[in-house]
Design a protein around this ligand. Structure first.
Ligand code: MN
Ligand code: MN
Length: 465
């Protein structure tokens, strides 16, 4: 009797694998293989856009500019400066009744090259970097690193760079002090152990020619770059080169239950929401998928979610479906719903003291929702209305999708945010909904394959409501 009452009344928090049958496990592993392939092809935002565009076109999506008019069932995408992307499937309902949006980001913490990166010092050539996003600097030394991005010449010619990923490519590294001489460094606070100005990438050590000229090693590197890419030092002024871990995404654990990879924040939600979009045919409510840039540094700028580019995209949808009239965009947003698809801090038994275990997200327990984010008294939070949380719960429960609702860390320990508030400010009903991660923002982040699949199922179910 007592047992049944518990069954009826408790919110059971269980590991999802227990209920997964062989067929579902197979689906999970297969989906995650595709996810890991996506990660390996998409370490930076430009690559994530290129990969997504290629897949979307193969699934019948076309560039917005190729449509004069739009009708229900049309699949359309818009690429913003090669760094962010919006996709939509026009629903049978009018857009003015609202959209169903899933929004993620495809930028990840990394090291960007400085505008004048190249220098020589005592027999070595280096690139100077300026870190991007919230990193623990010590994690970026003594690991294999690759360089990705573009160099644009004054005539507009664009050179794509991707070096350090192929088995035959060289890799790069940032050195660290040997323990024997690190007495002073080891006494420092962890955050000061590695200086931001010391995150310089080791590039080479052979001098050009007989080495008698000054800066002969730098010259040799420039000569190699000139032969490989037809550029001079000045062309680096107009480049966006990003240094990222050269690790491949791998299955983790004897049971292969987890994914270890760079950049899972937030390509895990980008990929799962994008894959959900790709699985759709006809929808009632217009489905919109956002792959945004610059989330890790505050969503500012013309490729970040704070820019008006998204409003422009939706306005163009209204124009091309023939619905538009003055101020309609405001109404569209006020009647829209959104899942802000971003990662959550997973409970880590090694660091359990920062989490309230009753309100933490656990790996393997399904997709994680945060009713609110923020820090210290919910400051800066986007807090989803109970009515909307209930609506989302209904979607998930009706579709047998395992989920957990949590908050990021203990009260007053820290906090964080996503793009949720930006859309909420426009009037959209938004809740954070993503995948719990261990070692978030580290060069190698850990997630659970079960949760990856549940996120995919959640986004798919949401789009289909
Ligand atoms: Mn994120
Ligand atoms: Mn992040």
């Amino acid at each position: 009797m007592e047992e049944n009452l518990k069954e009826k009344l408790f919110n059971k928090k269980e590991i999802g694998w227990k209920d997964a049958d062989a067929q579902e496990k197979e689906a999970i592993y297969s989906f995650c293989n595709d996810y890991m392939n996506f990660l390996n092809r998409s370490k930076i935002e430009r690559e994530a856009v290129a990969t997504s565009r290629e897949i979307a076109e193969s699934k019948g999506f076309r560039d917005l500019s190729t449509f004069d008019t739009l009708k229900p069932g049309d699949k359309v995408y818009f690429v913003n400066r090669e760094k962010s992307m919006y996709l939509a499937i026009i629903g049978s309902e009018k857009l003015e009744n609202g959209l169903q949006i899933v929004g993620s980001h495809i930028d990840s913490p990394r090291l960007d090259l400085k505008p004048n990166p190249l220098y020589e010092d005592n027999g070595f050539a280096y690139f100077k970097t300026h870190y991007y996003g919230g990193i623990k600097k010590y994690q970026w030394t003594t690991i294999p690193l690759s360089i990705h991005g573009v160099i644009v010449k004054t005539n507009g010619e664009k050179i794509n760079v991707n070096i350090g990923e192929d088995e035959n490519d060289p890799i790069f590294v940032i050195t660290d002090l040997l323990p024997h001489l690190a007495q002073e460094q080891m006494e420092k606070k962890l955050k000061n152990g590695i200086d931001g100005e010391a995150l310089n990438l080791l590039l080479g050590s052979i001098p050009y020619g007989d080495g008698k000229e000054s800066d002969a090693i730098k010259l040799n590197i420039l000569n190699i770059l000139n032969q490989k890419y037809d550029i001079t030092e000045k062309d680096l002024l107009s480049s966006e080169l990003e240094v990222v871990p050269a690790f491949k995404a791998r299955s983790l654990g004897f049971d292969g239950s987890m994914v270890a990879a760079y950049g899972q924040d937030d390509k895990i939600c980008a990929y799962t929401s994008f894959a959900a979009m790709m699985s759709l045919e006809n929808v009632k409510t217009t489905a919109v998928c956002i792959l945004s840039d610059k989330e890790e540094i505050g969503s500012m700028g013309n490729t970040g979610m704070e820019s008006h580019m998204f409003d422009y995209f939706i306005s163009e949808l209204l124009n091309k479906t023939g619905e538009n009239r003055p101020n309609l965009l405001d109404k569209v947003f006020c009647f829209s719903r959104m899942l802000s698809a971003d990662v959550d801090a997973g409970f880590d038994p090694l660091y359990s003291s920062v989490s309230d275990s009753t309100n933490a997200a656990f790996l393997g327990r399904g997709v994680g929702l945060n009713k609110y984010t923020g820090a210290r008294g919910k400051s800066g939070a986007s807090d989803a209305n109970a009515e909307f949380v209930a609506w989302v719960r209904n979607v998930l429960e009706k579709n047998n999708i395992k989920y957990q609702i949590s908050e990021l860390g203990k009260v007053d320990v820290g906090g964080g945010g996503t793009i949720a508030y930006i859309l909420a400010n426009k009037g959209v009903d938004v809740i954070d909904c993503g995948v719990p991660v261990l070692s978030m923002h580290a060069p190698y982040e850990v997630t659970c394959k079960y949760d990856v699949y549940m996120a995919y199922k959640a986004y798919e179910a949401f789009f289909n409501m």
